[in-house]
Design a protein around this ligand. Structure first.
Ligand code: DN4
Ligand code: BGC
Ligand code: ZN
Ligand code: ZN
Length: 372
């Protein structure tokens, strides 16, 4: 898409009064209040659902040091996971009233990756993130946005589960990273598929499940792990996606791991499983938890990595192409078994129920706020 064509709209700014869920970054706290915020895009949107993830909880509890308010504001509107309905749009934007859209989190800075539409790989950290760093997010009654950062959702059956597009876009990017970094040797099975290869996903939150669902879709023998048992709903999702849940506090697996994905951010847990990674295997670090206890990374661990040609990569965020692919996967999974996909959304709250940011129900996978 021509980046310049909507540029003029970004200079048309007006202030709008809306009810919104806000925090004071990076200090924390949460309020549902009326705020006066700047709007600057030709597409007017009404969020239908906004999702809550660890990033939002980290901001509200003051644990996300890198979060900051937009310039000239002493608060930031929260929310980077959403499914929205277009309220009105200029005809040349390519959107019309009634369209379903998912707005993107990251907005480009000036570096070469940002200018190429790959702000997910920003080279100097000068990008902004809606609801996290320097830009108001989507937890408000309505807002306007630039069409360049809106992903159209063509499948009307995703009007609720489409809120999973944003967390799933991170997963789509990770699998692209896996395909790229695994090219240095023959990674697939002898029949050219991933059948028989073992994927381990640490953590049973929304991202953990989306990673495991994708690994299973790719054909890996997939295990999803935690250090305690999980409830029936999570076990039913494992059955439906042909993946196995492992409570690693009770059983010690000896099989070699070809793909290890960590969503816990816990170094000791990551190392425990890194030590049983296979030759030519790939490990992805995705979970972040600055507060996790330290652990010892030894010379023997380095030997393992070197001698087995192990590739470790970190991954954050994703590009517009990954949002689009995420929406296609959701459509496919929804068509296959709509009940299972919707069971990922375990609770629905009103915008005024702000205690949901601090009181976490361990049985919940994805909590959403319903806006209308
Ligand atoms: P979440 O719902 O908090 O999930 C984290 C999961 O990890 C929970 O199931 C935890 O279980 C589990 N866990 C914690 N410690 C351990 C451990 N030692 N062993 C096994 N499991 C453990 O968060 P989420 O699914 O929304 O996101 C996962 C992580 O990815 C978070 O750290 C996010 O900050 C990060 N993230 C990164 C990006 C990005 O890089 C995007 C979105 C999220 P329990 O403690 O609940 O029992 O772009
Ligand atoms: C979002 C990413 C974002 C990251 C920042 C995540 O929750 O999904 O898009 O880059 O937070 O840490
Ligand atoms: Zn998130
Ligand atoms: Zn950049």
């Amino acid at each position: 898409m021509e980046r310049k064509c909507y540029f003029t709209y970004r200079n048309v700014k007006s202030m709008t009064k809306v009810q919104a869920i806000t925090t004071e970054a990076p200090k924390g706290g949460v309020k549902f209040q009326t705020v006066d915020v700047e709007d600057n895009g030709p597409v007017e949107l009404s969020p239908m659902y906004t999702g809550i993830c660890g990033t939002d909880r980290g901001m509200v509890t003051g644990r996300l040091d890198f979060a900051y308010n937009p310039q000239g504001q002493d608060f930031i509107v929260l929310g980077h996971e959403s499914i929205c309905r277009v309220k009105s749009a200029d005809s040349q934007t390519g959107f019309k009233a009634g369209d379903l859209v998912v707005p993107m989190v990251r907005r480009p800075g000036k570096c070469i990756n940002c200018q190429a539409g790959r702000q997910d790989n920003c080279s100097d950290g000068d990008k902004k993130e809606a609801g996290i760093t320097g830009k108001n997010g989507f937890m408000r009654e309505s807002f306007t946005d630039d069409p360049e950062f809106l992903v159209k959702i063509d499948d009307p059956s995703l009007s609720r589960t489409g809120v999973l597009t944003e967390p799933l876009k991170n997963v789509v990017k990770v699998f692209e990273v896996v395909e790229t970094v695994s090219k240095r040797s023959i990674y697939a099975s002898t029949d050219s598929t991933y059948h028989g290869k073992k994927a381990y996903v640490i953590g049973t939150g929304a991202e953990g499940f989306l990673f495991a669902m994708m690994a299973s879709e790719y054909g890996f023998d997939t295990r999803i792990l935690n250090r305690h048992p999980v409830e029936e709903n999570r076990m039913a999702i494992c059955d439906a996606f042909n993946m196995e849940f492992v409570d690693y506090s009770k059983e010690d697996r000896k099989e070699k791991i070809d793909l290890l994905i960590d969503t816990s951010g816990d170094p000791a847990t990551f190392l425990k499983f890194m030590r049983i990674m296979n030759f030519n295997s790939v490990g992805i670090m995705f979970g972040t938890n600055g507060k996790a206890p330290s652990t010892e990374f030894t010379g023997k661990d380095i030997d393992i990595m070197v001698e087995r040609n192990i590739t470790l990569a970190g991954s954050v965020d994703a590009a517009k192409t990954h949002y689009e692919k995420a929406a296609s996967y959701l459509s496919r999974w929804n068509a296959r078994n709509s009940r299972v996909l919707s069971s990922m959304i375990t609770s629905e709250k009103e915008p005024s129920e702000t205690s949901v940011f601090t009181d976490r129900n361990p049985e919940s996978i994805k909590t959403v706020i319903k806006w209308k």
